[in-house]
Design a protein around this ligand. Structure first.
Ligand SMILES: [Zn+2]
Length: 301
């Protein structure tokens, strides 16, 4: 970012056309500006609806304008094992808020709190992912699309653990095979952005109190198939940026040319102020045609 700005300033100062510095106007301007919202955890308590509306207004007032909103999951406060009227109220609130406060296109990703898992009621129609997929108009829990020269791959991180009582972060064979063929069939010149709810790679799990002689990492906190995904990305250097949330803290890990951004939480500490050192916020990301990007975390409250 600094280099880009500095070069532009030098260009202006000496009235040199930017093309003489090896940049064309085309590569300097972002092709797309996105707002990455994650972990909104919307419910009608703790002033959440008004604060979320403020967040939506804040991002729509950005200049240059945001083109696309990516919602990284945990859209509603919590569907896990709640009764259906509580669940319906949360989704109703989300739909009303989005309809009234946001005029931008939004692409959604499923989070663990968007899925209803009462293991005693598997026969219920809202068991599993189908209910929230319907609410979010998703035909599949993972999908891809192309916009302004970038490919966006939205993953479904959340799967039941082997004992079927809790979730872990993984893709599973079917989705992994899909991701593999998706990357294989993408033009290698086209930059790729991946969004998942659970981070594929993060350093945040090492921030823990009371460590004695080892860290404990839960399979629900970070993808358990990280090694496999990273090996796949290594074969496709056009994968540039991976966005996630889930941990409600902001970090940035760069490994092998891929940037893994865990982008805090719109709800901060579940609408109770900051989560550790991370304030409620959203990611603002400019994507460039050459696969580069500029990003910052914006506190909106
Ligand atoms: Zn989550």
């Amino acid at each position: 970012m600094e280099r880009r700005t500095a070069l532009r300033n030098i260009g202006g100062l000496f009235l040199l056309p930017s093309v003489s510095l090896g940049f064309t106007e085309e590569t300097q301007k972002p092709v797309l500006r996105i707002a990455h919202l994650t972990d909104v955890h919307l419910k009608d308590e703790l002033g959440a609806p008004a604060k979320f509306a403020k967040c939506l207004h804040h991002l729509q007032e950005q200049n240059p304008k945001v083109d696309l909103v990516l919602n990284g999951g945990d859209v509603v406060f919590d569907m896990n094992k709640e009764n259906i009227s509580t669940i319906n109220k949360q989704w109703q609130l989300l739909n009303n808020t989005m309809k009234n406060e946001c005029s931008l296109p939004v692409r959604y990703c499923l989070g663990n709190h968007d899925i209803w898992w009462n293991e005693n009621s598997k026969a219920d129609t809202f068991y599993g992912k189908k209910y929230s997929m319907d609410k979010l108009n998703l035909a599949k829990p993972y999908y891809s699309f192309v916009q302004n020269g970038w490919k966006f791959i939205v993953l479904d991180s959340v799967h039941l653990d082997i004992d079927h009582t809790w979730y872990i972060g993984k893709l599973g064979d079917e989705q992994f095979n899909w991701l593999e063929s998706e990357l294989k069939t993408t033009n290698p010149e086209m930059p790729v952005l991946v969004m998942s709810h659970i981070p594929i790679l993060t350093a945040l799990l090492m921030i823990e109190d009371d460590i004695v002689n080892k860290w404990t990492m839960l399979g629900g906190d970070m993808h358990t198939d990280t090694s496999k995904i990273i090996s796949l990305f290594y074969k496709h250097p056009n994968v540039k940026l991976c966005l996630s949330g889930h941990l409600h803290m902001k970090d940035k890990v760069v490994y092998n040319g891929v940037t893994y951004l865990c982008n805090g939480a719109v709800s901060g500490a579940w609408w109770n102020g900051n989560r550790r050192e991370t304030a409620p916020g959203y990611g603002l990301i400019d994507l460039f045609a050459d696969g580069s990007f500029e990003e910052k975390y914006v506190n909106y409250l």
